[in-house]
Design a protein around this ligand. Structure first.
Ligand SMILES: [Fe+2]
Length: 224
């Protein structure tokens, strides 16, 4: 990561052949691949283990995603990043994604219990505090990681719900669409934000990715 770090930290010229975001995008994509490769085989999981993943996912996402996106909106300074985030927030609210997720959890008999909420409490708090720092570039990087991961995670989540007897798949269908334009816009927004902020050390830029990855692992493996 150190050569990528140097490239990112020192490259602030807007007109380079390789986008300044390229090393970050590569790091995020590798983190997503590693996380997906580590997922337990849904077929081998017990019904309670499957329910736990669905419930912990719901406990985290239902009440927090809009808070995270709002934090990102408050943090960023570039018009491009603001426009991208506001599009996302509008869709979340207009189409009531928290309600969609709740229906998904109800249909899979996986509503979060007190134990499920407790299981993710510490790692979720760490993400909340990270968002609360309102650091523009690290937040946009974390958002890019999250969006990239979620869309690839949806088939797995849908598979867990199906094995729990559910046929309610609106949430996973809506979030599982692979949208190349959307991803590109997100990295364009990151580039604008980086141009505005100036060089950010790579460790700082990736801090939120590490914190959020730990929470996602907590959801899947229930190891906190
Ligand atoms: Fe959503």
């Amino acid at each position: 990561m150190s050569s990528a770090a140097t490239a990112v930290a020192t490259s602030s010229e807007p007109m380079t052949a390789v986008p300044v975001t390229a090393p970050i995008q590569a790091h995020i994509e590798q983190t997503i691949e590693d996380l997906l490769a580590s997922l337990p085989d849904a077929e081998q999981l017990s019904p309670e283990a499957r329910r736990g993943i669905l419930a912990r996912y719901t406990a985290v996402l239902e009440g927090n995603f809009i808070y995270w996106m709002t934090g990102a909106y408050l943090a960023v300074g570039s018009d491009e990043a603001r426009a991208k985030i506001i599009d996302n927030l509008r869709e979340e609210v207009r189409d009531c994604h928290p309600g969609m997720l709740r229906r998904f959890a109800i249909a899979a008999h996986a509503l979060p219990t007190e134990d499920d909420a407790q299981a993710v409490y510490r790692k979720l708090s760490a993400v909340r505090l990270f968002i609360g720092r309102l650091s523009p570039v690290p937040i946009v990087v974390t958002m890019a990681f999250f969006e990239g991961f979620i869309q690839r995670f949806m088939p797995y989540l849908a598979g867990l719900a199906r094995r729990q007897g559910s046929t309610e798949m609106e949430y996973t269908d809506v979030h599982g669409v692979c949208d190349v334009t959307h991803t590109q816009e997100l990295y364009n927004a990151l580039q604008s934000e980086m141009a505005l902020t100036g060089p950010v050390p790579v460790d700082e830029m990736l801090e939120g990715v590490g914190i959020l990855r730990a929470l996602l692992q907590n959801i899947v493996f229930n190891a906190n």
